[in-house]
Design a protein around this ligand. Sequence first.
Ligand code: ATP
Length: 258
Amino acid sequence: MRAPAFELDHIAVHAGARCLFSARQLHIPAGSLCAIIGPNGAGKTTLLRALAGFHGDCHGHSLGQPLRAGQPRPLAWVGQHEGADSPLCVADYVMLGRRPQLGWLGRSSAADQQAVARALDSMALPGLAGQRLATLSGGERQRAAIARALAQDTPLMLLDEPCNHLDIRHQQLLLRQLQQLARQGRTLVCVLHELQLAANFADWLLLVADGELVAQGRPDAVLHGDLLSQVYRWPIRAERQPVSGRWQLDVYGHGAVA
Ligand SMILES: Nc1ncnc2c1ncn2[C@@H]1O[C@H](COP(=O)(O)OP(=O)(O)OP(=O)(O)O)[C@@H](O)[C@H]1O
């Protein structure tokens, strides 16, 4: 198995007296596309924020050392509803991703401009580069937020529901792009509600329910119909097609699982 990007023991995230997420052991291999899946309110965003180091009340051990809150590692972050209030145009907003690299007086170099152009290109945004963010559609704004994170060029990228507002084509393009970055050695962790996408694109899954890590591992180890049906409280069938190797996830039946 590849070296871990995250190897956490006895992690617990609290808000006051309430424990929002806990896990005895949590592993994410470096150079993987990892999807955090689970029902509403399960603790997915909480876990993603804890991985980013954004949660003040987070305890546990990372590679044997106590976790230290407030010491985030270099990473690119795409949260939900990014950029909704920004007065910037798309190109300037994506350039924000280059802020750590910008030179004296915040001037952008040729390398910064190229990184922004690449990011706009990969999110199919060049035609909108001059348009104000506030005037974009939901899907366009989501792609701009992802482009800003791509322009950062960090070894670790965390994305909270990146497929929100994206149509089928842009979902596929995004996940292919994330998969390609993982193949180049980056680690990408994203919260996904679309099980079919998680199954077919991610090479590592974390299944979360009721504030706990229920299962982790490669899709084969996690995607069992019985387990998914129990966690989502709805009948789900998970099958891997023998010829194509693609996963097929179906909801079936007419009633919720008790
Ligand atoms: N700061 C907080 N104080 C109290 N409760 C919180 C806080 N943050 C999150 N929670 C609660 O923790 C639970 C998990 O929230 P979280 O946002 O991690 O869920 P999620 O799995 O991402 O859900 P969804 O799929 O609906 O986005 C929810 O019940 C939420 O209400």
